[in-house]
Design a binder for this molecule. Structure first.
Ligand SMILES: NC(=O)c1ccc[n+]([C@@H]2O[C@H](COP(=O)([O-])OP(=O)(O)OC[C@H]3O[C@@H](n4cnc5c(N)ncnc54)[C@H](O)[C@@H]3O)[C@@H](O)[C@H]2O)c1
Length: 259
């Protein structure tokens, strides 16, 4: 980015869930929103994650922070309560979290346990629906919701295993939520970034191969970075994108079009 970004999102309030460190896609989103003038709320998974996330929240002058493990009853409600009290509204929601038990993730779909499948689906997909339910009443001027997907949702990617069906469900959820929330001028996007070296990605077997292949396949010849994803979300949150909803937006240098 050579030109400074104008504060086109000034006055907008964004909740960004999924920052673990400065390599997280969610951090790229929060930083892009802030650069475009929005105020952000950021969460950390637990006490262990807090020392890694809190300095980033300070850097981005996050107005609201707190713990959020979507598996723990009450934590999601608490963060939305804090938003209602402090801001009284919300414009942008980012769901950038995923989890699958390692044995289920690495063992192939055929051997995925019912518990592992349910856990992956709950944290990586249904939690987005829960967030959307709590966010929608606060999006009184309309709003934009984002969920992070991956190409493995609709193509078979080696070693992606259980996360393939889970991301397919996430993308379908975005479409259905887009239809249900459209009358309230709330737009819902699945974002499908190319592979990025993050902590979540380190759980995938042979991830380096995916990275190399992504660079080779991409018409633009490069892998993407977290700010590419962040600025795409920032654009989609602006009025310039107010007629776009429900689809999956690839941020992968075009790699998905190449056989
Ligand atoms: N890295 C990639 O190559 C890539 C590509 C496409 C999509 N994605 C998706 O992007 C999203 C963000 O992942 P990332 O790559 O930035 O990795 P990351 O490790 O930085 O982020 C994953 C986040 O999920 C959070 N999380 C896990 N379980 C949780 C729970 N129970 N409650 C709340 N939060 C929980 C973690 O705390 C972490 O902040 C994920 O949905 C991932 O599937 C990643």
């Amino acid at each position: 980015m050579k030109e400074p970004i104008r504060p086109i999102l000034a006055g907008h309030k964004a909740l960004v869930v999924g920052v673990a460190n400065d390599q997280s896609i969610a951090y790229g989103c929060a930083k892009a929103f802030r650069t475009a003038g929005a105020e952000v709320a950021m969460t950390w998974l637990n006490d262990k994650a807090r020392p890694h996330v809190e300095p980033l929240a300070k850097e981005l002058e996050a107005a609201i922070t707190g713990p959020l493990d979507v598996s723990l009853p009450g934590q999601l409600e608490a963060i939305f309560d804090a938003i209602a009290k402090r801001w009284g509204k919300l414009d942008i929601l980012v769901h950038s979290i995923a989890f699958a038990p390692r044995a289920d993730l690495q063992g192939g779909l055929l051997d995925c346990s019912a518990e592992g499948f349910a856990k992956a689906m709950d944290v990586s997909c249904h939690s987005f629906i829960r967030m959307a339910r709590l966010a929608a009443p606060l999006m009184t001027d309309g709003g934009t919701m984002f969920a992070m997907s991956y190409l493995g949702a609709n193509r078979v990617v080696q070693n992606y295993n259980v996360m393939g069906p889970v991301k397919a469900a996430l993308e379908a959820s975005c479409r259905y939520l887009a239809l249900e929330l459209g009358p309230r001028r709330i737009r819902v996007h699945a974002i499908s970034p190319g592979p990025l070296k993050t902590r979540a990605a380190s759980g995938l077997k042979d991830f380096e191969l995916l990275l190399n292949e992504a660079a080779e396949k991409s018409p633009l010849g490069e892998i993407v970075d977290i700010m590419d994803v962040g600025y795409t979300c920032a654009y989609l949150a602006t009025p310039f994108a107010h007629r776009i909803t429900g689809g999956t937006v690839y941020v992968d240098g075009g790699a998905n079009i190449v056989a």
